[in-house]
Design a protein around this ligand. Structure first.
Ligand code: ADP
Ligand code: MG
Length: 317
């Protein structure tokens, strides 16, 4: 594990800056930043980045607008972003607005037939189209798709079990129409290759009999990243990255360290599928996986265009 001393880096930078007072430092800083981005622009041109935008980070319109600008910028300099979005909080809001009561098992919502219809409406309807519109408003050419379009995400019911604490017997939990991908059919991305189009994906999968499955957006992003051999998988969430037991940001972590932290319950809740997905992705050909705080404007650019990077980077082995 590695923890970066940002204070030290800042002091070094201030010292270097104080040597120059002829040109306005603010503009000089900007020019230097742009110039420093050149090697990264060259390195990543033509590469695919799968970027997952979490439902929690998406709560604020201004943040979504800044995110949209970053995505358009990446596309304009030759990187091919594929955006996957979440929407947990927005689904919760809609269900309570419609006064649909949900059953929960171990804090997980049971998605019955009525609920999955609402889930699909919120994810592939309002959230997806809102994000598409915001990206297009910034000069991009986004196209919204769900896992049903082009048969992109084939899915089956997620099998989840829990050990009974008294008898130690594994029980199957029935969460309804919560799914996991069985196959990604990336033809639609291949067709969009070399085009200006930015795909924006809602995490909905289609079952063998045409049934609708709600899938964790992290899982969808990871599987798509593997299927298209993405260079980077980037998870934008509402925390700075993975935190250790003292609440300190971990800048680099390996898969074995993640399993230790999960066993010790330092990693819990939504961070479990997130870290697991990152591990699977880097073990299956994705060059690097990152967890960043999507509520910080332009954090994506810091990650892509600086040496330091931001948040947590997950490494294989
Ligand atoms: P998203 O909508 O981005 O998928 P989630 O709520 O699913 O967000 O997952 C991120 C959450 O995981 C954080 O807000 C935090 O509460 C929780 N979490 C659990 N363990 C950790 C950890 N070790 N480090 C950071 N966050 C953690
Ligand atoms: Mg989540």
């Amino acid at each position: 594990m590695e923890i970066i001393d940002f204070d030290k880096k800042r002091k070094e930078k201030d010292k270097a800056k104080s040597k120059n007072n002829k040109v306005d430092e603010l503009f000089l800083d900007k020019a230097v930043t742009l110039s420093e981005a050149l090697p990264y622009i060259k390195k990543f041109a033509g590469e695919i980045f799968v970027i997952k935008f979490g439902g929690n980070a998406m709560g604020d319109d201004k943040i979504v607008e800044e995110f949209a600008k970053d995505i358009v910028l990446l596309k304009k300099i030759g990187i091919n972003p594929i955006v996957v979005h979440g929407g947990g909080p927005q689904i919760g809001d809609m269900l309570s607005k419609l006064q649909i009561q949900s059953k929960f098992i171990d804090g997980l919502r049971v998605t019955d037939h009525e609920t999955v219809n609402i889930v699909e409406m919120v994810l592939s309807g309002s959230i997806n189209k809102d994000l598409v519109t915001k990206i297009n408003k910034q000069g991009g050419l986004a196209v919204g798709l769900s896992g049903k379009d082009g048969n992109l995400i084939e899915a089956k019911k997620l099998r989840r079990t829990k050990k009974d604490e008294n008898s130690n017997i594994e029980k199957i939990l029935d969460l309804g129409f919560v799914g996991e991908p069985t196959q990604i059919n990336p033809e639609v991305f291949i067709a969009l290759d070399d085009s200006d189009i930015i795909p924006v994906i809602a995490p909905i999968g289609v079952g063998k009999n045409g049934e609708t499955y709600n899938i964790n957006a992290d899982t969808v992003a990871g599987k798509i990243a593997e299927a298209v051999s993405a260079c980077k998988l980037i998870m934008l969430t509402d925390v700075d990255g993975l935190m250790d037991k003292n609440g300190k940001l971990v800048s680099k972590v390996s898969d074995s360290e993640i399993s230790v932290l999960t066993k010790k319950k330092v990693i819990s809740g939504g961070m479990i599928p997130k870290t697991m997905t990152c591990v699977n992705a880097v073990e299956n050909g994705v060059e690097s996986a990152h967890i960043l705080n999507g509520t910080i404007p332009h954090i994506l650019l810091v990650e892509v265009f600086t040496e330091t990077g931001a948040g947590t980077m997950i490494e294989a082995g």
